[in-house]
Design a protein around this ligand. Structure first.
Ligand code: NAD
Length: 489
């Protein structure tokens, strides 16, 4: 007799006004494990009604609850407790993140979850350093500039770094005294669901953070962007979605912050430390299965070292261990969904016709029904190839050669995106010149993904509007107000 092991399928509710609630319609959608293709959870499907309910709870918490009236110190103590609780439940959260996203467990354990805790710890400390500005313009005249919360804020997040990016918005939003409604990506609702328990345990007052699960267009996401009581939208996701949100949010004149798509460039000059540059370029291209907005998804190499660099890249890429994301040894897991896998494969087809596939680009059948793809490298593509121009958001790396500094700058800047780039060279003057000439919000010199959370993070052109991080986040999530005094001296 064979015993069938039935896997547990959880049900994930919305979190509104401090309670777990089902959708009014009773409808739900399925969440898949990308590594097996199996359903691991059913999720309450929210729409306009649930958004109305969540915004009403957030509005009530803002107008009548303690949160905006607490001191910054009191609020920041709660934020710190949330960070502590995330760390104390690191294993559970990391497993949930890997189950939902297909990313390697080591990445969830050492990257996503500690960073989510850090987002709360960082803003808990940083927000307390904020002080009013005072200008004395004449004897007997002072102007005090302080910051006030906006009210109810909508936060909309993508699937590639689910808890990491949600907490990157929630922490500064709450620090400034706002209340909010989070709409997590429909592909990855699990860690947001677990966060609800954490914030309750940390003592966050009811209705301050509300979470509505659901889809984007014509659903919960869009309803949030159209709601008249929502004062601002902080969004991370695709450029096209950013445009739709801007248009929807314009009717109620919401403040918007957009972190959008990217087509990061890694540039290696002949005088660089080649091994270090190649190690970093490979990490930048394939980390998180290439599904990072900051990915170095175009590799520009000076002509004289092209063969050497390509050989070294291939050696490293062929050694990447793609496999079961729950295993410690795995370096690359599964792509997020069947649909996304299909999209990435359509680029592989184009690349194979237009240029030369040097390695990878294959489904890994031995790994079963999961959405696994071996990391690929392409050479000899035409300059206008879609692989070089468009954001693929997968483990695909086109290599392009150049011979002059001005030439590579022109190619790097010939992109609708402007998020990030990395420059590798030992010539300090050149590093400065090139970094200065690149039209991106972030430029790394001889490194990638080096971050200080106080610095502005965000993109130029189609990569976004506004910046996140440090005071840039706190300014977005607040209104500046000037009170001017005349007094007798
Ligand atoms: P997406 O735009 O498809 O979805 C993001 C979120 O928006 C989801 O929660 C979705 O439900 C919601 N949404 C979709 N349509 C909507 C609408 N019309 N109104 C309101 N909400 C809507 O993006 P994705 O596929 O989840 O994420 C991948 C994209 O995110 C890539 O382009 C990547 O570069 C970008 N990204 C950017 C950054 C950054 O910091 N710049 C960071 C991570 C990801």
């Amino acid at each position: 007799m064979t015993t069938q092991v039935k896997r547990k399928v959880r049900h994930l509710h919305h979190f509104i006004g401090g309670d777990y609630v089902a959708s009014k319609s009773g409808e739900s959608f399925e969440s898949f494990n990308p590594a097996t293709g199996e359903v691991h959870a059913t999720v309450a499907l929210g729409g306009k009604e649930e958004i109305d309910q969540a915004v009403a709870a957030a509005k009530d918490a803002f107008e009548n609850g303690p949160w905006p009236r607490m001191s910054m110190k009191e609020r920041c103590e709660i934020l710190r407790r949330i960070g502590d609780l995330i760390l104390s439940r690191k294993e559970e959260l990391a497993q949930a993140e890997t189950l939902d996203t297909g990313k390697p467990i080591t990445e969830s354990l050492t990257g996503d979850i500690p960073r989510s805790a850090l987002n709360f710890h960082f803003f808990s400390d940083y927000a307390q350093s904020l002080s009013d500005e005072v200008y004395t313009s004449a004897p007997g005249e002072k102007h005090i500039v302080s910051r006030e919360p906006l009210g109810v804020v909508g936060l909309i997040t993508p699937w590639n770094l689910p808890l990491y990016l949600a907490t990157w918005k929630i922490a500064p939003c709450l620090a400034m005294g706002n209340t909010c409604v989070l709409k997590p990506a429909e592909w990855t609702p699990y860690t947001a669901f677990l966060l609800a328990d954490i914030v309750s345990l940390a003592g966050l007052p009811k209705g301050v953070l509300n979470i509505v699960h659901g889809l984007g267009a014509d659903s919960a996401g869009e309803a949030l962007t159209r709601h008249p009581d929502v004062r601002a939208i902080s969004f991370t996701g695709e450029t096209g979605t950013g445009k739709a949100i801007m248009s929807a949010a314009s009717a109620t004149l919401k403040k918007v912050s957009f972190e959008l798509g990217g087509k990061g460039a890694t540039i290696i000059f002949a005088d660089a430390d080649i091994d270090d540059a190649v190690d970093t370029a490979v990490r930048a291209a394939y980390r998180n299965q290439g599904q990072i907005c900051l990915a170095g998804s175009r590799l520009f190499v000076e002509e004289s070292i092209k063969k050497q660099v390509v050989d070294k890249v291939l050696q490293r890429v062929k050694a990447i261990r793609v496999g079961d994301p729950t295993k410690d040894m795995t370096q690359m897991g599964a792509l997020i969904s069947k649909e996304h896998l299909g999209k990435v494969e359509s680029y592989l087809e184009i690349g194979s016709k237009e240029g030369k596939l040097m390695t990878g680009g294959q489904r890994i059948k031995e790994l079963g029904e999961g959405y696994f793809l071996s990391p690929s490298v392409f050479c000899d593509l035409p300059g206008d190839s879609k692989l070089i121009k468009e954001e693929i958001f997968g483990p695909v790396l086109p290599v392009v050669q150049f011979s002059r500094e001005e030439e590579v700058l022109k190619m790097v800047n010939d992109s609708p995106y402007g998020l990030s780039a990395s420059v590798f060279s030992k010539d300090v003057d050149r590093c400065y010149r090139v970094s200065n000439g690149i039209r991106t919000g972030l430029v790394w010199v001889n490194c990638w993904f080096a971050r200080d959370l106080r610095t502005p993070f965000g993109g130029m052109k189609s990569s976004g509007i506004g910046r996140e991080g440090g005071r840039y986040s706190l300014e977005f999530f607040s209104e500046a107000k000037t009170i001017s005094y005349k007094y007798k001296i």
